[in-house]
Ligand binder design. Sequence first.
Ligand code: HEM
Length: 198
Amino acid sequence: MGTTTRTPPLPRTGARVIRMPLSSRARKLLLLAHIAAAGIWLGLDLALGILVVTASTADAMGAGAAATSLVAVSTWPLVIVGLVTLATGVLLGLGTKYGLVRYRWVLVKLVVNVVLVTLVVLVLWPGLTALADGGRAALADGVAPAVTANLVFPPVVSSTALLVAMTLSVFKPWGRTRPSATSTTPRAPRAAAGRTGG
Ligand code: HEM
């Protein structure tokens, strides 16, 4: 007996992909907000680095002023720009062909963004609160605050990660996370099963 003709399956990727198509104007506005937030984030990291060095090297009054400014710059402002970068990035991913997990460069940025914001909330912020007390005491009593050498790492690690993320955004390397099956031409099951890429 001959083989029975079966209805070919629908292309698999289209069914599971969340898409939120953006108009050209909306995409440009989101991209502008995304790039601005990422730029401000990098700027805050550089300011944090400068203030850490000043708090470690200046006299008691200078160190106290740097320590209190350091806390003001690198707690909630850092969290807000991190979240704005994340939110605009996610909307851009969902609204464009790039998706959230479809391209490696987007997936890496998603992970980097979430990890950096989490580190600020869970590690940096609590550590800096103690430094703020030291800074205020230094301004009142003239005793230099204790600034640990470890504080150099957050601005160095974060700004390096952000520069890597910016480089990925511009060069968009590495292609897709898995072979695409976006062909809209239905194929016979056997032929479709044999395909590995596309
Ligand atoms: C880690 C922090 C991030 C930085 C520093 C960053 C930086 C940038 C920059 C500079 C661009 C503009 C590239 C260009 O137009 O040539 C861009 C575009 C883009 N970003 Fe991010 N980004 C970050 C996080 C994210 C996240 C978390 C996502 C999504 C999960 C994302 C998704 C996108 C997409 C899809 C575009 C291309 C938009 C388009 O061309 O329509 N980004 N990003």
